[in-house]
Write a protein that binds this ligand. Structure first.
Ligand code: ADP
Ligand code: MG
Length: 654
């Protein structure tokens, strides 16, 4: 009785384009193999055996002719369908074993079952059972580097069998082995054949071919003889020990398994090149750290400046003579006078108002003498400026009206004149220039930072300063606190119109603290974004580094990719493996960068330079997302090129 026809090659040809010429590796090959046969394909080196083997195992396609497996035409299948076929129907044994060096014997044997979707427990059990049956029970957790050639080949046989294939394809399986190990491998192949599987052995060794029942000889890509071997085993014996049937897992669990396998391989690959992985990450680390730090610095310094501005009050307007602070003619403008302040005080949008005049003089108390700024102010000045007192009282309307020689000193002046903190300056008489004044109040210490200085300031009624120090009626400025209910812009417009009308010209300028705050806010924001953008460029450079290393990693592991494809990995499995590696490198880099930023930040904050870093949660989450995106973005190209490799070519490069 004729057994079922399994493999049917009709007039198969395979041409290789090599340079300008074409190599005809196979020419018009007709081979039919029935299920359960044991066939040896023999021929000299270069005769086309490996080419034939690759076509039989669906690792390569014929350039002409037809190949059917169990009646199904192969030429119409896409790469993933071919991968499925390899997974389900073929087991490969290679001359050089092609084991994955980072995996143990059992893990190597399991690989095809990962791609075919066996549950983890089932494939583990099955791989171990096979290894035990092949006499490798004590080597289950050894890596290929710890095994002899014969032992490695037995692991690769276990791998070939783990998915219960119909066909075992062995390309020179004993070619790299000593006589005894080779003999052992051949005995195992005999057993596999005896269990009912189709076994096809490719060899150049006539002695090996004699083990088969049928010998096909090829030369220069043609079949020159196809005969039954009278010395081979005549009939298949059944073997007792069978491998337990295994259950497949659900599709999502199987997907998860493949994801885990991909992640494990990615981690192993990173672990194998720790230094390289770290250097690759460095770009991402520096990029993420600088983005996060720059944003935190920007936010921190902005908060600091705004706090100072807010302390001055965000609702004050200040009118100065001239076009702006740099106006050199401002001294000659004598139009800003007390009457202006008086008229403005009656406007509904004014909450408090104070004219100011200013000069410098020396302060003297006892033996101590310092130079100070003398500020002549109205009684509402302290309300306009939001100034708080440490002790004593403010200047009041009476003192202003009566040209009183009462002074409020600031903290700097107090420290200079009254070094002993237990002695209250209140009631003491200090000499300001030649004018003796009584201290009635002390203002609170200003915080260091924006707008602060160490020059002592002494506040006197503006009437006193005009009469005793300056000798004219011109004001330095008019300070206005705008009523809460009025928008700053509207108040500024109305006050400007009023003053312009009174002066018949706009010979003054306005300082609006609200404007200052907004300007500070937007400038620091723009600056921060600018510097952050530069930092982002370093992230991009880091990404290019990742891409570069991934390309290296792919080209280093072409052989591994070939093996995985041979045992049935889909393109998506390969893509995922390399993409995960790229993403892991970037995520780890991002995490280290974040750690670096936070570490640096705590040192910075401990140094107490006047402001604290403020980390934005958005920047932190963003940096994780961005590093992942960089991994995907820059890892995709190398990963895709890996997944597009041709399995036969990839294997040949091992
Ligand atoms: P064997 O396995 O019998 O030694 P091969 O099948 O490897 O022979 O090669 C058959 C012929 O095809 C040889 O002449 C070889 O040089 C050529 N060949 C094999 N692979 C390629 C390839 N990828 N590109 C070009 N020529 C190839
Ligand atoms: Mg070969």
């Amino acid at each position: 009785m004729m057994a079922e026809l399994l493999i049917d090659l009709q007039n198969v040809g395979r041409r290789y384009a090599s340079g300008d010429s074409t190599v005809h590796a196979l020419r018009g090959v007709d081979i039919q193999i029935a299920r359960g046969e044991m066939v040896a394909i023999i021929g000299q080196s270069g005769s086309g055996k490996s080419t034939l083997m690759n076509i039989l195992g669906c690792l390569d396609r014929p350039t002409s002719g037809s190949y059917r497996i169990a009646g199904r035409e192969m030429s119409s299948l896409d790469p993933d369908e071919l991968a499925a076929l390899r997974r389900e129907h073929f087991g490969f044994i290679f001359q050089r074993y092609h084991l994955l060096g980072e995996l143990t014997a059992a893990q190597n044997a399991e690989v095809p079952a990962v791609y075919s979707g066996l549950t983890q427990a089932a494939r583990r059990h099955k791989a171990e059972a096979l290894l035990r049956r092949l006499g490798m029970g004590s080597r289950i957790d050894h890596r290929p580097g710890q095994l002899s050639g014969g032992q490695q080949q037995r692991v690769s046989i276990a791998r070939a069998l783990v998915n219960d294939p119909d066909v075992i394809l062995a390309d020179e399986p004993t070619g790299a082995l000593d006589r005894a190990s080779g003999e052992e491998v051949l005995r195992i192949l005999d057993e596999i054949s005896a269990s009912g599987r189709t076994v096809i052995i490719v060899t150049h060794d006539a002695g090996v071919a004699q083990r088969a029942r049928r010998i096909i000889e090829i030369q220069d890509g043609r079949v020159i003889s196809d005969r039954l071997n009278s010395r081979g085993p005549t009939q298949a014996q059944t073997t007792a020990a069978e491998v337990p049937a295994a259950s497949a897992s659900s599709w999502w669990r199987s997907y998860l398994d493949r994801f885990r396998e991909a992640a494990r391989m990615a981690l192993l690959a990173m672990n194998a090149h720790r230094m390289r992985a770290f250097l690759t990450m460095l770009g991402i680390i520096i990029g993420v750290a600088s983005v996060v730090l720059v944003l935190a610095l920007g936010k921190g310094s902005q908060a600091r400046v705004l706090k100072d501005i807010n302390r001055l009050g965000t609702n004050t307007l200040e009118f100065f003579p001239g076009k702006d602070f740099g106006d050199t003619r401002a001294n000659k403008i004598r139009t800003l006078v007390l009457a202006d302040a008086k008229v403005m005080a009656e406007q509904p949008y004014v909450d408090a108002i104070s004219p100011t005049v200013s000069t410098t003089s020396t302060l003297r108390f006892g033996a101590i003498e310092v130079s100070a700024q003398v500020s002549g102010v109205g009684e509402q000045y302290f309300r306009v400026k939001n100034t708080e007192l440490a002790e004593g009282s403010y200047l009041d309307a009476d003192t202003v009206r009566s040209y009183a020689q009462d002074a409020v000193i600031d903290d700097n002046a107090r420290k200079a004149l009254f070094p002993d903190p237990d002695v209250s300056p209140l009631g003491s008489v200090v000499l300001i220039g030649k004018v003796p004044c009584r201290v009635v109040g002390v203002t609170k210490q200003q915080q260091a930072g924006f707008g602060s200085s160490s020059t002592p300031i002494v506040y006197l009624p503006y009437t006193t300063v005009q009469a005793r120090f300056i000798g004219n009626q011109v004001l330095r400025s008019i300070s206005v606190r705008v009523d809460e209910a009025t928008p700053m812009a509207a108040a500024e417009r109305a006050a400007t119109a009023l003053l312009t009308a009174r002066h018949n010209a706009k010979d003054f300028f306005v300082l609006n603290t609200d404007d200052i705050r907004k300007t500070v806010e937007s400038t620091t924001q723009v600056l921060t974004l600018l510097v952050a953008a530069i930092a982002v460029i370093s992230l991009l450079v880091g990404g290019i580094g990742v891409m570069n290393i991934m390309l290296v990693s792919v080209s280093e592991r072409v052989g591994e990719i070939g093996v995985r494809m041979a045992v049935g990995a889909r393109r998506s499995d390969i893509l995922m493996q390399f993409l995960i590696e790229a993403v892991l490198v970037c995520l780890l880099g991002g995490a280290l960068g974040l750690g670096l930023a936070v570490g640096f930040g705590s040192i910075f904050n401990a140094l107490d330079v006047g402001f604290q870093l403020i980390y934005s949660p958005l920047a932190m989450v963003g940096s994780a997302v961005i590093s992942m995106a960089i991994g995907i973005g820059f890892g995709y190209m190398p990963a895709r090129s890996a997944s597009r490799l041709d399995p036969a070519t990839a294997l040949a490069r091992e």
